[in-house]
Design a protein. Structure first.
Length: 423
């Protein structure tokens, strides 16, 4: 332990961002434990490390006590004996005496090395945690480093800079091949602090992955001209994305597709040929739902706002396309718009069915309005009752306080009368 050691610590502090005082205090605490373990003759010791030279000294500590209270000569010293050292000592003072062993330097060096290595690891873990915490909900590129299997489920480990990400099976695209050594883009789902390295949970199935890929690929999205309003995804199969432009001169769909489809093709390649439908967002639910069901043709859309549901009429030959294989197109459209969608063919929807549907929608609207009105009245009544209760409590508190004051005055008056009678 010398000046070179302190200089090395200073360099470490600069490079790793470790607090020097905390590091030195930790070393002193560890040296105290090392001394007690190897030189147990005095358990009440203090380690002092010179912050400039690195020199270490060990001091035993004893409390000044009265002769009748002396219990342990290692921990205590009589007042008379203490005053032979310094006549100013009083009961309760601490007397220190240097007890640095000759070979303590070797133990100190080993202990300090262990603490430094430990602090370096802790600092690296903290830096890695903070680095990836900032990347949560963002896109990262990583290399597949290894895979393992637990309970029959595959776990993929990904090297991302100094961190290692984990891709659970639930976040893996079905049938996607995760070859060791291959590079992929991942969505950072969650970052958790642990006793060891930070846990970085990755995803290839999250809709956020598609969103970040388009943000990276499309300059108009980066500039804030084109907005991604919503995304619904069945990873590895198909994605629907609704976009809107704040500049009427820029086509949001065209911007995302790119010249000859170059932009969207790059994203499709990254996702393993996953189909991507890009539709134009609209504040009008009927228009938005119609667009969401593309590529199918839609004849009419009936909106039931009370139940946030829609009846969509399509040509008979478009029914299977509108519904999609195993209902996928309709399912993704419903998630994209956040509306319940019921698709019907034209052949099953004549004038009578339309009239009945419109009547039902009107009834639902009236019922919803009445329910909303009832809830408002109920809330107003509750608020009025609470106000009356509070007003009553205030009045009661006032009366109680006034009565107490009168009773106090009467009591004081009664005491004065008694004193006069006694006099």
């Amino acid at each position: 332990m010398n000046t070179e050691f302190i200089q090395a610590l200073d360099e470490l502090v600069r490079d790793r961002g470790i607090d020097k005082d905390v590091l030195l205090e930790t070393i002193e605490q560890a040296l105290t434990s090392a001394y007690k373990k190897n030189f147990g003759s005095a358990q009440n010791v203090r380690i002092d490390m010179n912050r400039e030279t690195g020199d270490i000294k060990v001091y035993s500590q004893r409390v000044v006590v009265d002769e009748s209270d002396l219990y342990d000569n290692f921990l205590e010293i009589e007042l008379s004996e203490a005053r032979e050292i310094n006549p100013n000592y009083e009961l309760g003072d601490i007397i220190e005496h240097e007890v640095t062993p000759k070979d303590f330097g070797r133990i100190a060096a080993q202990t300090a090395k262990q603490i430094v290595v430990q602090k370096i690891r802790e600092a690296e873990r903290e830096m890695t945690y903070n680095e990836f915490l900032e990347k949560q909900d963002e896109l990262v590129t990583g290399e597949i480093s290894r895979t393992s299997s637990r309970d029959g489920k595959q776990i993929v480990f990904v090297q991302i800079g100094k961190g290692e990400g984990v891709l659970l099976q639930s976040e893996q695209i079905r049938n996607e091949d995760y070859k060791i050594g291959s590079n992929m883009k991942f969505y950072v789902l969650e970052v958790n602090r642990t006793n060891k390295n930070p846990q970085i949970l990755l995803s290839r199935t999250n809709a956020g992955l598609v969103k970040r890929l388009f943000e990276m690929e499309v300059p108009e999205i980066q500039e804030g001209i084109v907005h991604i309003k919503s995304i619904s995804r069945e990873a590895g199969s198909r994605t629907k994305m609704a976009v809107k432009s704040i500049d009427e001169n820029i086509d949001p769909i065209g911007a995302c597709v790119g010249t000859q489809g170059a932009r969207v093709r790059n994203i499709v390649d990254e996702l393993g040929d996953e189909k991507i439908d890009i539709v134009k967002y609209s504040d009008d639910p009927a228009t938005f739902i119609e667009a969401a069901l593309s590529p199918s043709k839609v004849t009419r859309v009936f909106i039931d706002e009370a139940n946030k549901s829609a009846i969509v009429i399509v040509p008979d030959y478009q029914l299977s396309l509108a519904i999609g294989k195993e209902g996928q197109n309709a399912r993704l459209a419903a998630r994209l718009t956040n509306w319940k969608i019921d698709i019907k063919p034209e052949s099953e929807f004549g004038p009578e069915e339309e009239a009945a549907l419109l009547e039902e929608i009107e009834k639902n609207k009236i019922a919803a309005e009445e329910e909303a009105k009832r809830l408002v009245e109920e809330a107003e009544l509750k608020a009025h009752e609470e106000a009356e209760i509070l007003a009553g409590q205030d009045e009661e508190d006032f009366e109680t306080g006034e009565t107490s004051e009168l009773e106090s005055e009467e009591s004081d008056l009664g005491e004065d009368v008694q004193e006069e009678i006694q006099d």
